[in-house]
Design a protein around this ligand. Structure first.
Ligand SMILES: Cc1ncc(COP(=O)(O)O)c(C=O)c1O
Length: 386
């Protein structure tokens, strides 16, 4: 593609994305191809979206078949593909969270979770955490702990409070009979893939039970197998009241979902929640194929095995200070700025991402990533010298 196409894209859209000077035209599994015919290893997974790899044949087939039959009808009618997709998602949901509500994005999932915790408890306050990112709608920005995303858009929606991540005493000092819910990313992806020990999550559940508040896991990045389990909950045996999903859920077709407890579900009546596009037939077909592919290709097992190998090898490299995160949500801490490493890797045709922590690089690869590509990445990374 000529530079003119870059200029065309820039000339007719708001200048809100700083793009790499490349145009990606094709994807296959963990690889993407540019208009110039160059091949890149995608360790960023199209921003944690392509769980099943780029253009997995099952997903492509499901979308094509559905598009040829019915592209869209809304939730005012029943639809077999939606029914099967909901059944498939609920079949892998943690026990006790087998009630789904579908929307179109991560921010919408979190916004609806905020609405639900207020409706269920009849209370106003939602506590989220410093360092968090929950989306860019006015509701989810108000819940996002990183000030740089909010500053230009004040005032925030009222009754959102921020607690320091990982500190149960500090959280409890903010909780009261006004607390509707506590919402967190179990691994704070943007904040350098920071997580907390198992006891912290048990403590969160206990505090929510003590104060009658709802516990919400924003699993928009950690859900759908990325951490080496379908969802975060089984890692530490802590069940939230609501799980929020998006990104990888339909392998790249826009979709979001809530999985909620029976108690939460019992508070939802006709007309309380809704959206035009939620679980349209094409998105549902993509979700159904995504769940089946994760199961059939044993992608959860692959994440467990390959992420353990990747982390062990990374920790042997002298330039790596530490690794963070879980499974294929990988934060790599360096002495140097992560952007320098990202640019070096990009020159060697490997796509990675930075984070809000300046010296932490992030990998969010497709769940299909295998050892030869991991070795290729490690080999290139080991050649970096500052
Ligand atoms: C943890 C988390 N929550 C919410 C969102 C918002 O999702 P979306 O961009 O689909 O609205 C994101 C997006 O990066 C995210 O990483």
């Amino acid at each position: 593609m000529s530079r003119n196409m870059f200029e065309l894209e820039e000339s007719c859209q708001l200048k809100t994305y700083q793009k790499y000077p490349m145009s990606i035209v094709r994807g296959e599994d963990v690889w993407v191809y540019t208009s110039e015919g160059q091949k890149y290893l995608d360790l960023y997974g199209g921003h944690a979206v392509v769980a099943t790899g780029h253009c997995h044949p099952n997903v492509v087939h499901a979308i094509q078949k559905q598009a040829s039959e019915l592209i869209f009808y809304s939730n005012v009618v029943y639809n077999e593909t939606r029914a099967l997709a909901a059944e498939a998602l609920c079949s892998v949901a943690p026990q006790g969270l087998k009630n789904a509500f579908f929307i179109n994005s991560g921010a919408e999932a979190n916004d609806n979770a905020i609405k639900l915790v207020r409706k269920v408890t009849g209370r106003p306050e939602v506590i989220t955490f410093e360092g968090s990112f929950h989306g860019r709608t006015i509701g989810t920005l108000s819940a996002t702990g990183m000030a740089k995303y909010r500053e230009a858009f004040s005032p925030r929606v009222s009754d959102h409070l921020f607690a320091p991540f990982g500190d149960l005493d500090a959280l409890e000092s903010m909780m009261s009979d006004k607390t509707a819910g506590v919402m967190l990313e179990p691994v704070q992806s943007m904040y350098g893939a920071r997580s907390a020990p198992p006891a912290y999550f048990k403590g969160l559940r206990d505090l929510c039970d003590k104060y009658g508040a709802m516990l919400v896991f924003d699993e928009i990045q950690t859900g759908m197998g990325r951490t080496g389990q379908f969802f975060f909950a089984p890692h530490h045996g802590v069940l939230p009241d609501i799980i929020c999903l998006a990104k990888a859920i339909a392998s790249g077709i826009p979709m979001g979902a809530l999985l909620v407890s029976d108690d939460v579900a019992s508070h939802v009546g006709y007309g309380d929640l809704g959206t035009t596009f939620g679980a349209g037939p094409v998105a549902s077909a993509a979700l159904l194929a995504t769940v089946h592919t994760i199961q059939q290709d044993n992608l959860i097992g692959n994440v467990q095995e390959q992420s353990a190998y990747l982390r062990a090898k990374l920790n042997e490299l002298p330039i790596v200070k530490a690794t963070h995160g879980l499974g294929f949500l990988v934060g790599i801490e360096f002495e140097v700025q992560a952007s320098v490493i990202r640019d070096f890797l990009m020159e060697h045709h490997i796509i990675t991402g930075t984070s809000s922590v300046p010296n932490v690089l992030r990998l969010l690869p497709p769940l299909t990533l295998k050892r030869p590509e991991i070795d290729l990445f490690l080999d290139v990374l080991s050649q970096f010298s500052s």
